[in-house]
Design a protein around this ligand. Structure first.
Ligand code: SF4
Length: 402
């Protein structure tokens, strides 16, 4: 076979091959109704994206991870195959993602391809008691069609009280039973810094996945906590790396660099932080996956001008960026309303062009969380540390999501 190395130009041409047919050709799959070529063209040798060591686990993982709530086709999901071709062999899922369909989809892929040994599987439990977590892990292993996950996280940890000795015992037991290799937690609400700082004192926490993006560079409290966790050997994974605003202003909407899109640039900004092992990305489409893989393959660092542009964008959209600290604003509105969650779904709608997903997620909220139209948000706005005009955005959410 005529193999050759993929050049940088080809990497970005790869990222531009966004059609399903183009993607299928790259994957080597045949689409229904498309005749099989008699002689497939010689494929270039594919580069693998860089890998880094995940802290005290001493295992290497790719710097780009697939997950963050992705729902996978249980018959065969081409994104899992495409990721593997470029070394994205780490899948992040959770018991609660897509009502279990995320885990089931990964399980279907593993059963069909027999690729379990080639892949790193992380799952998460929304239950933070030892008994509950053990129970949901059993269910996760069944859905994933495997006897062991590589990493189990307590999902969306919000309070240090769950980092208790009985959970340490539980993690140890699950490791001894061979059901998990490593243990940790994910967090993305207001107390991320406190949780990282506490975890740095706990030898049984192997890894943490937490909200981190280019907007956090000036956050001294968070950076001290990251330093402490990193020095203690905890493997750190960034999520919510896009740091997108609820809606873009015209002046920054068309942010594009010469070499990278804004979405690629913010990933590179996270990878520039050597304390962070990897960034998890919700790659809804093959096209988005191609863009992310191209950014990971390209070793060009962001220039000072590009970093400045990101910081300018962060400043310009600060009042539109919801940090998810909804324990602050929810206390000022009728019980059940979830301002931060609703604004996140509005972001999917307005900033990610994922309107169907945004409406579906909103529809799955409890009825009291969807009664958002005739509410006085003035007290919530007054408390918001980002000075978000909550009424304006919640009223828009009522229009486009309800
Ligand atoms: S609206 Fe403000 S207070 Fe509420 S979650 Fe977002 S940033 Fe935090």
């Amino acid at each position: 076979m005529n193999k050759k190395k993929m050049t940088r130009r080809e990497m970005f041409r790869y990222a531009g091959a966004a059609t399903v047919a183009g993607a299928a050709a790259l994957i080597g799959a045949r689409l229904p109704g498309v005749a099989e070529a008699a002689e497939p063209p010689a494929a270039p040798a594919l580069p693998k994206i860089p890998r880094r060591v995940l802290g005290k686990t001493k295992e290497t993982i790719p710097i780009l991870l697939m997950g963050g709530g992705m729902k996978f086709d249980p018959n065969f999901d081409p994104r899992l195959a495409e990721g593997l071709r470029f070394g994205v062999n780490y899948v992040d899922t959770a018991d609660c993602y897509a009502g279990g369909a995320s885990e089931t989809g990964v399980g279907g892929f593993l059963a069909k391809t027999g690729k379990r040994k080639e892949m790193w599987i992380t799952t998460k439990s929304c239950n933070h008691t030892p008994e509950g977590l053990t129970r949901t892990l059993r269910q996760s292993l069944e859905r994933l069609k495997t006897d062991q996950v590589d990493l189990l996280y307590m999902h969306q940890l919000e309070h240090e009280k769950f980092l208790a000795p009985d959970m340490a015992d539980c993690a140890e037991r699950l490791k001894k039973e061979g059901k998990i290799r490593f243990f940790g937690f994910s967090c993305h609400h207001g107390n991320v810094a406190e949780l990282l700082t506490k975890a740095a004192t706990l030898p049984w926490i192997d890894s943490i996945m937490f909200k981190y993006n280019f907007r956090d560079y000036g956050n001294d409290k968070l950076n001290r906590a990251i330093d402490a966790a990193h020095k203690s050997g905890i493997g750190l994974i960034a999520m919510k790396t896009q740091g997108s605003a609820v809606s873009f202003e015209d002046g920054v909407k068309k942010f594009e660099e010469k070499k990278f899109s804004r979405h690629q640039a913010v990933l590179k900004a996270v990878w520039a932080d050597e304390r962070i092992t990897a960034a998890v990305s919700h790659m809804e489409t093959l096209d988005k996956m191609k863009q992310n893989i191209a950014a990971a393959l390209d070793k060009t660092a962001l220039t000072a001008a590009e970093l400045n542009e990101l910081h300018r964008y962060a400043d310009a959209t600060q009042h539109l960026y919801c940090a998810g600290c909804q324990h602050i604003c929810n206390a000022c509105v009728p019980a059940g309303i979830q301002i931060g969650t609703t604004l996140r779904y509005l972001m999917y709608h307005d900033s990610y062009a994922e309107s169907a997903k945004a409406r579906q997620y909103f529809a799955e909220l409890p009825a009291e969380a969807r009664r958002i139209a005739d509410v006085d948000y003035s007290a919530a706005s007054a408390k918001c540390p980002h000075h978000i005009d909550i009424a304006k955005h919640m009223h828009r959410a009522a229009e486009v999501l309800a």
